[in-house]
Design a protein around this ligand. Structure first.
Ligand SMILES: [Zn+2]
Length: 582
């Protein structure tokens, strides 16, 4: 370990072997990345706990609900979620994860000191496996498999036989695009709230399935820096995060400090890093009754590099990450009851405040774009926020909402704080400096109308799955078809129509035909003189309507109130010039 950068496929092999040989580890694959790599999660606890892991999980979740208020936390296991190298070119986390997983599988207490002493980075040979009786560790060994793989390739293929610490060495200058991001170059450490990428979807599902008490996020920073652990800059904590969260973070920090003191590693906290944007791994837990911890290790980038702190080696960085993975578990042990009680109180306080709120619901939607509205609803669904269909068309606080194009989010629910974090508009800040994102109001990002209301009168039935808007088409026409340009997927529909070789035109003015108003931008497909027959066109457009979730209307006349369908104000459309693979 530390001699080469582990590639993700080897990491998978190793974790598979480890899980197969340890009755403390259960490994699952939660999906695949865009490059087909597995998204592993190791659940680590005592063999006894593994026999009733589902009831442990159910009881843990119950603690966050009103039904579980009287559950005793005295003997309840604490749940710790530890994740590594979400930025794939910050590799010490994932490489430390190998040692850490081995440690959790194999450590047996003081009697095996002799064996453990041979292993450079096993720091605390007095590990007592009994702690696994009251701990469930969810270990996410690689938050970003594709990025880790990309970076390991770079560092390994540019490694010298005789390691060269000169910062000018090619090894320390990864080519663009680096391993920070996933396959599509998305920074996944901004996606914990929007949950758009497959890696994030798997992770957020695990998060809500377990509601861990502590979640750690192991990163790297500049080569001349030492080691950082949260709490960060006190003036840059999001105001929705309870003060006690930061106090507990500091108390956990004391465990990291003690462990790093013991091995002589320099570190710092309470400076530099924000705890503000809830879409980051170390902040997302803070709005969910959990405690998120950011770790940042000064990076060796490759294997060994000169720095202001002397030569920094890859194994040194791995050791610090390993040490703080263990001090996290030590803190979880030392503070177990306190942290479990904090979680219970967080949700209990949330419920009390939510029940008192004058405003009972948020209503959002776009009266012309069901697909876009549904994509926002999809995020709420992934975050396990409850919402309802809109019962009927409504005007609320001067804003128009349409049935089938809007939703009602009751505020009196378990995830009230998370809803606030997603919908509130915050424009003043106690500290104007930010590490990065300072605003993310979701309905504004989606450009949908939204408002609050003091009743639930417009709430229809609760939505329990990701809503998908229906595409529809009228009966077959011998004359022409029309659809408006408001839906999220209309460009996709038009592209398919043009690629099929059908002629289509766009209306440059609004008009009214057969009693229906059409906006400018409406697409018209004439039936006559096309390469397909009238029946074939209807069949093809039916597929398009379903695929793009749009409403297509056949008409029997070209005579409108406004521009007629043969008008020069319908402009012929050209196929986009790029070619897509079939
Ligand atoms: Zn990072």
């Amino acid at each position: 370990m530390g001699e080469w950068h582990v590639t993700h496929d080897k990491l998978v092999q190793y974790m598979t072997a480890l899980a197969a040989s340890s009755d403390r580890i259960n490994m699952e694959n939660r999906g695949t990345t865009f490059e087909g790599r597995p998204l592993l999660l190791l659940t680590v606890t005592s063999p006894k706990n593994h026999t009733n892991i589902e009831s442990i999980r159910a009881q843990h979740l119950a603690l966050t609900t009103s039904e579980g208020q009287n559950l005793a936390t005295e003997n309840m296991p604490i749940v710790v979620y530890q994740g590594f190298s979400i930025h794939g070119n910050e590799p010490s986390g994932a490489n430390a994860g190998l040692a850490y997983a081995y440690y959790l599988a194999a450590a047996q207490g003081p009697e095996i000191d002799a064996i453990l002493n041979n292993t450079v980075i096993l720091m605390d040979p007095s590990f007592n496996p009994d702690i696994l009786n009251n701990t469930v560790i969810l270990m996410d060994p690689s938050f970003n498999p594709d990025g880790l793989q990309r970076f390991a390739y770079w560092a390994n293929t540019n490694r010298s036989h005789l390691l060269n610490p000169d910062p000018n060495e090619r090894e320390y200058h990864e080519v663009w695009p680096g391993g920070r991001t996933n396959h599509y170059w998305f920074d996944m450490n901004r996606d914990w709230l929007p949950v758009q990428l497959p890696e994030s979807r798997a992770r957020i599902k695990s998060f809500h399935a377990w509601k861990p008490n502590i979640l750690t996020d192991h990163h790297e920073m500049g080569t001349n820096s030492t080691f950082f652990f949260q709490p960060g800059e006190p003036t840059r904590v999001h105001p929705l995060t309870p003060a006690i969260n930061q106090e507990l973070t500091a108390e956990i920090g004391a465990y990291h400090a003690k462990a790093l003191d013991k091995i002589g590693s320099l570190y710092y906290s309470e400076e530099n890093y924000d705890d503000y944007y809830y879409g980051k791994g170390s902040t997302f837990p803070d709005i969910n009754g959990s405690i998120g911890i950011l770790f940042e290790q000064g990076s060796s980038r490759g294997h060994i590099q000169e720095s202001e702190n002397g030569i920094i080696t890859f194994p040194f960085t791995i050791r610090n990450q390993f040490t703080t993975a263990l001090s996290t578990v030590a803190a979880a042990q030392g503070m177990r009851e306190k942290i479990l009680n904090y979680q219970r109180d967080f949700f209990s306080n949330t419920r009390t405040l939510a029940a008192k709120e004058k405003q009972k619901a948020i209503v959002f939607g776009d009266t012309k774009d069901a697909a876009k509205t549904n994509h926002l609803a999809e995020i709420l669904h992934r975050q396990e926020i409850k919402f309802h269909e809109l019962k009927r068309d409504a005007v609320i606080n001067g804003k128009k909402f349409k049935k089938g194009y809007g939703y009602v989010v009751p505020l009196n629910q378990q995830n009230n704080t998370l809803i606030q974090a997603m919908f509130e508009k915050r424009t003043t800040f106690s500290d104007s400096l930010f590490y990065d994102i300072s605003a993310w109001t979701f309905p504004l990002a989606f450009n949908v109308a939204y408002t609050t209301t003091n009743n639930l009168n417009e709430a229809g039935s609760e939505v329990n799955e990701i809503p998908v808007s229906e595409g529809t088409i009228s009966d077959s026409s011998q004359y022409a078809y029309l659809f408006e340009w408001h839906e999220y997927y209309t460009p996709k529909a038009l592209n398919k129509i043009l690629n099929k070789g059908l002629r289509a035109k766009v209306a440059k003015r609004a008009f009214e035909l057969e009693g229906i108003k059409y906006d400018y931008g409406t697409i018209m497909i004439p039936v006559a003189n096309q390469s397909l027959s009238a029946n074939e066109i209807h069949k093809f457009l039916s597929e398009i309507a379903a695929d793009a979730h749009i409403r297509i209307k056949g008409v029997g006349t070209g005579l409108s109130n406004g521009i007629d369908l043969g008008s020069n104000n319908f402009e012929a459309l050209q196929k986009a010039s790029f070619k897509r693979p079939p």
